[in-house]
Unconditional design. Structure first.
Length: 269
């Protein structure tokens, strides 16, 4: 394995964008289509920032839909891959917990697949929303899709037992054992994943964490930053079962394991 045991911040999947896309395929571009549907439904202008853009596949979909797109991510590996494999958008390095791209204002910020939940602390969340407010035009939209913290209230099905997975990539067979647990003090969902590979390397342990945000908490912090919540619901969306399809209307609940958010910046300064 290319990662080392000492480097626990490394992530085999997000450090290897090609593998990331292979493990989480979205051949029908449901995430990009869902985001475009939200942007259209709420009348967003053409300039869009996809923050935490990863491999760039959603940013490129929005570009193909006729938008002027900037994709931003903290990972150089992701940005390099995005430029090579999903051209069209401009790709830049930025930290979503506090950014200023120094560009013309955007009409919308898109933040998919729980990237927003890398804001672990309230200060980081404030940093993200203050940055969105700074970079958006008055009336601009924030469209986000993430895990729902409220799902874990009284439900342990994702926490009860480790899950295992196996796949072969570039001739090496990998096996992962994943444990999720709730760190109530930090209000984080923590993940420990141990990788073994048949290439003779010792096992590697990698740790990640996501903020557990609750729908009412999210409404409150958005309002405090000048946003009006237009929609906040659990499905259907790109990562729900069944997944979203064109024409589907949002549910009125925020109970299941994903949250979908559309908010408008109503108080610009
Ligand atoms: C789960 S992936 C989601 C990628 C993409 N949005 C998608 O839906 O396929 C999370 C992405 O967030 C990026 N990321 C993690 N922390 C970040 C931060 N602080 N600022 C910007 N991007 C970050 C990672 O590099 C990774 O590409």
């Amino acid at each position: 394995m290319t990662t080392t045991a000492a480097n626990t911040a490394a992530n085999l999947l997000t450090d290897n964008p090609e593998l990331y896309e292979a493990r989480f395929p979205d051949r029908e571009r449901i995430a990009g289509r869902w985001a475009e549907d939200c942007l259209r439904r709420y009348g967003a202008g053409e300039r869009v920032l996809d923050i935490g853009c990863g491999t760039g596949r959603d940013a490129a979909h929005l570009h193909r839909a006729g938008r002027t797109v900037t994709g931003a991510d903290l990972s150089d590996a992701m940005l390099e891959y995005a430029r090579a494999h999903h051209p069209g958008p401009e790709y830049v390095r930025a930290d979503l917990r506090g950014f200023d791209l120094g560009q013309e204002p955007f009409d919308a910020v898109v933040c998919l697949d729980s990237a927003l939940l890398y804001c672990h602390t309230n200060e980081e969340l404030d940093g993200f929303l203050a940055s969105c407010r700074r970079c958006l035009t008055p009336g601009g939209l924030l469209v986000a899709e993430m895990r729902n913290g409220a799902f874990f209230l009284g439900r342990t099905e994702l926490l009860d037992a480790p899950t295992t997975n196996g796949f072969t990539w570039q001739g090496t067979a990998y096996r992962s054992t994943t444990t999720l647990y709730v760190d109530r003090t930090a209000q984080l969902l923590r993940r420990t994943r141990t990788w073994t590979a048949d290439d003779g390397c010792p096992p590697v342990e990698q740790r990640s964490a996501w903020r557990l945000l609750f729908p009412q908490e999210l409404r409150h912090v958005l309002t405090a930053h000048g946003f009006e919540v237009l929609a906040l619901y659990d499905g259907p969306g790109p990562r729900t079962e069944p997944p979203w399809r064109e024409g589907d209307l949002p549910a009125e609940t925020a109970d299941a394991d994903r949250l979908h958010l559309v908010a408008r910046l109503t108080h610009h300064r």
